[in-house]
Structure formats: structure tokens, C-alpha cells
Design a protein around this ligand. Structure first.
Ligand SMILES: Cc1ncc(COP(=O)(O)O)c(C=O)c1O
Length: 305
């Protein structure tokens, strides 16, 4: 919410662009073709959002360079910001195609639009510096959520001084909250980050992710299924489809009834995945090799069922 306001205040423009299936919280302007629960429960365009607000939000399919370029060509000079989960994880999990984020960065720079990376899921998870560290593409603003508070309720955003200095009281864009800078959440976030550094958590998560992936691939092979398994670091998703998944439309081709059966057989076997085809899964350092092996064996039974 604050990133969008700041981008509008900085550019003096009103239009924002988001990608279909991405979820950025329940702020009015972003509940348009939203992912996460809004998608699972069939309300990607929420009631209660005035039409006039929703009209200022333009949507694009993720990974579609042609659609992106033509939107910028038509309306680029009116676009305040593009907000994106650089690795979208609110409609399952799909990755950016080679070059997609580069083109997005280039178009935003060319037309003077603020590029916002929503790293609420990927920040501090895929790397210490989030996905932007891994892909080497710098956004203008970065949004973080609970991860910066070690799981406690908090949100944060940041970027270059040129943009951030437009915030009140230095600049004209107002932002404030009773819990801003909440010391408890900040202490928890720092403790979590220090622990991750102490145990080299990112390398461990990558290892566990790879181990989990081989378990799931083994389960798929044993069960004779060609479903698509996606993983990056400790984030994963098993789509119940055999077609490649690069955007929301691809993800929606999944067999949701089959997912539901799989989910319940796994649950009966003691493995509790997120209860939606459109939620990503996450591993943590608490998941032991035994947990991962057990998950793979329950997954074989569930896939066979
Ligand atoms: C990528 C992303 N952005 C934003 C949010 C919103 O966070 P909150 O519910 O804390 O507002 C979420 C929630 O899961 C998210 O996944």
C-alpha cells in the first residue's frame, strides 16, 4: 500500500501494473486478478473495491514480454509503478523466464515507472538479499512482510534515497502507523537473521530443497505420474498437470480435484501441505532428512491413490 502511494507521489502518475495471479496483500488497488486466498476462493477481483480504483490497476500475464512491451508503448508515460513478485508464489509457484525481469527493468527505466519487487515471500528466503540478489536485477522499491519480523506482524519497504526522501516528513507522501518500527518485531527479525547467518541457513535450505525435490521426483516416477514439480531453494509446488507452468493460465490447467484427493491422503498420512493448489510450499530448517523421506513415501501412496 505504501509502495504504491510513494510511487504515485514520486512520479505524479496514477496507473499501476500488476501481474495476474500475483498477490500483494488486501489493499484495494491490488485485489484485481489476485492470487492466494482470493484465487482459491474464487474472488480474484474483490467486492467492495470501487470500480474507479480498480480501473487504475492494469494487469498483465506474467512472463509475457510482448504484452509488457505493448502496454508500455501504449500507456508507459502514465504508469506510476509496476509491482511484481519476482518469483510468483501465490498461484502455486512459477519462475521468471530467462530475460523477463530484465525486460521489465528496462521498460520501467525507459518510461520512468517505479519497479517494485514484492519480496514478502522470497526476501531473506531465497538468499540473504532476496531474489534480487540471486537475479542481479535491482528494483526501485522492495516490499517485505512478516519475514523481516521473524514471523511477527510487520511490513517494511525501502529503496533509493531519491524515492524514499519523498516520504513525510521530508517529502509530501504521508505514511505512518501506530506499530511502525515496532521494537518487538524488529528484535525478532534481527534474531532470525543472525541465526540464519550463524548456521549458514541459506545453503542448508538449498540442500534440503534439493533433497526434497529428489524425493518428490522419485514419488512421481514410482506412481507413474508426469505432474510438474517446481522448486527454487526452499519453495516448491506440485502442479497436477503435465503442461509447463509459466503463468496463471498455465497454473489453472491443473486438476484441482486430483490435488484435493492428494492433499487428503497426505494429511491422513501425517503430512500437512498447504490446502490449495495455488499455495506454494516452504521448507524450513526444522524439517529433518527423516521428515523429508517420510513425506516422499506418503506422497507415493497419495499419488497412487
Ligand atoms: C507476496 C506477498 N505479498 C504481500 C502479502 C501480504 O502480506 P500481509 O498479509 O502481511 O499483508 C503476501 C501474503 O502472503 C504475499 O505472499
Amino acid at each position: 500500500m505504501s509502495c504504491i502511494r510513494l510511487a504515485r507521489g514520486f512520479t505524479g502518475r496514477d496507473l499501476i501494473v500488476k501481474f495476474e495471479g500475483c498477490y500483494h496483500g488486501h489493499v484495494d488497488a491490488l485485489l484485481v486478478k489476485a492470487g492466494s486466498g482470493a484465487l482459491t476462493h474464487g474472488q480474484p477481483d474483490s467486492a467492495g473495491v470501487p470500480k474507479a480504483f480498480a480501473e487504475l490497476t492494469l494487469t498483465l500475464p506474467f512472463n509475457d514480454v510482448t504484452a509488457l512491451r505493448s502496454l508500455f508503448m501504449a500507456q508507459g508515460s502514465q504508469i506510476a509503478a509496476v509491482i511484481v513478485e519476482p518469483v510468483p508464489a501465490n498461484a502455486g509457484l512459477y519462475l521468471p523466464r530467462e530475460g523477463f525481469l530484465e525486460v521489465l527493468r528496462q521498460q520501467c527505466s525507459q518510461y520512468g515507472a517505479v519497479l517494485i519487487f514484492d519480496e514478502v515471500m522470497t526476501g531473506f528466503r531465497l538468499a540473504r538479499g532476496g531474489y534480487q540478489e540471486r537475479c542481479g536485477i535491482p528494483p526501485d522499491l522492495t516490499a517485505l512482510g512478516k519475514v523481516i519480523g521473524g514471523g511477527l506482524p510487520v511490513g517494511a519497504f525501502g529503496g533509493s534515497a531519491e524515492i524514499m526522501d519523498r516520504l513525510s516528513p521530508d517529502g509530501p507522501v504521508y505514511q505512518a502507523g501506530t506499530l511502525s518500527g515496532n521494537p518487538l518485531a524488529m528484535a525478532a527479525g534481527l534474531a532470525q537473521l543472525r541465526e540464519m547467518e550463524r548456521v549458514n541457513g541459506w545453503a542448508q535450505l538449498e540442500e534440503r530443497g534439493a533433497e526434497f525435490e529428489s524425493g518428490v521426483r522419485f514419488a512421481l516416477e514410482k506412481a507413474g505420474r508426469d505432474y510438474v514439480f517446481q522448486r527454487i531453494g526452499s519453495m516448491f509446488c506440485l502442479y497436477f498437470t503435465s503442461g509447463e507452468v509459466w503463468n496463471l493460465a498455465d497454473a489453472q490447467r491443473s486438476d484441482k480435484a486430483a490435488f484435493a484427493r492428494y492433499f487428503h491422503v497426505c494429511l491422513e498420512g501425517g503430512i500437512y501441505f498447504a490446502p490449495s493448489q495455488f499455495e506454494a510450499g516452504f521448507l524450513s530448517l526444522a524439517h529433518s532428512p527423516d521428515d523429508l523421506a517420510r513425506t516422499a513415501s506418503v506422497a507415493v501412496e497419495a499419488l497412487l491413490a
